[in-house]
Design a protein around this ligand. Structure first.
Ligand code: 3PG
Length: 311
């Protein structure tokens, strides 16, 4: 259902707020679990191209089974749909693998601090590539976002260039993904859940050959033996958990995108990062200096100012 239908159906404002609140809480919780297992896997098994492929494969499989068994209704799609989806999938694939490569090199919290700068990328892309202009306060809000991210980056104890660039590339790719998918979902009969399912399947097809070329089965097999011998059989469950939770958090986020504006979505996404940053610092005992935390706080605050300025 699109927004106007939901409004026409007329659930009360309060009921709608509760529903969106539940979506958000579920999205963040699933994302925290994904981030923890993803990092546990990457620490023992540093093959981000494979783990990001497995996440997409697991989601694709879950959805194909759901469609085949009737748990979810399969979408009716035509060639035009898949053509429009292709640029979204290219951006999703690049953004996903870049973020995973980043997290294999640096602390999860660092990747997400840099990723909290996504609104700045959104404004710059809209301004310079799409020629959109914004009110002055929007541009001003970029100062704390960019400044805060820069401060957090230069004071990061475990700074690594690949880790930094991966998060930056992910930001840029996801801005394009959001622009393209907003267009693709508009006026489309495919629900958020099925839209994300199709996105996973197409992204999986795109990513697989690159994952084989960059890492490949030989490396994967050798690394797998090492990880299994170090961690024990539960390593397999970590891989399963990171893959299943990756799909679930993205599915819920696309389901909520059906019902909220892109702006509300990006605010929700930033708040999600706060929960990931805080929980991963606690769980992985990530060392943080006060000035480093200050940079992160300024960047996140900047994102809130940005959302206020955009409203
Ligand atoms: C990924 O692996 O795709 C990243 O963790 C995505 O990060 P995000 O969904 O939090 O932007």
């Amino acid at each position: 259902a699109d927004r106007s239908e939901i409004e026409a159906a007329g659930p009360s404002e309060a009921a709608k707020k509760v529903k969106i609140g539940i979506y958000f809480a579920t999205w963040w919780a699933l994302n925290v679990v994904f981030n923890i297992y993803n990092k546990k896997v990457l620490n023992a098994y540093p093959y981000p191209w494979l783990t990001s492929t497995l996440s997409l494969a697991c989601g694709s499989l879950m959805m194909l089974i759901s469609w085949a068994t009737g748990i979810a209704e399969a979408p009716k799609t035509d060639l035009e749909f898949w053509k429009t989806l292709l640029p979204v999938a290219v951006a999703h694939t690049i953004g996903h693998v870049a973020a995973t490569v980043s997290m294999s090199k640096v602390a999860v919290s660092f990747t997400h601090i840099i990723k909290s700068g996504e609104p700045a990328f959104s404004v710059l892309v809209s301004r310079f590539l799409l020629g959109e202009t914004f009110p002055v306060p929007v541009y001003l809000s970029l100062i704390p976002i960019i400044g805060g991210c820069a401060l957090a980056a230069v004071t990061e104890l475990n700074f690594n260039m690949t880790g930094f660039m991966g998060a930056m590339i992910s930001n840029l790719a996801f801005v394009f993904r959001n622009i393209f998918s907003k267009k693709g979902m508009k006026g489309n009969s495919v629900s958020g859940m099925n839209y994300y399912a199709c996105l996973s399947i197409l992204s999986l097809a795109l990513l697989t050959p690159f994952a084989i070329a960059v890492e490949g089965p030989q490396m994967w097999a050798a690394g797998w033996q090492i990880a299994l011998s170090q961690i024990g059989p539960q390593f397999i469950w970590w891989v399963v958990a990171q893959s299943v939770f990756y799909h679930l958090y993205n599915q819920v986020s696309y389901m909520s995108l059906d019902e909220i504006s892109p702006l509300t979505f990006s605010i929700g996404n930033t708040m999600k990062r706060i929960s990931v940053i805080v929980s991963s610092i606690i769980i992985f005992h990530t060392p943080v200096q006060p000035v480093n935390a200050l940079g992160a706080a300024i960047a996140v605050l900047g994102t809130f100012l940005y959302s206020q300025a955009k409203q």
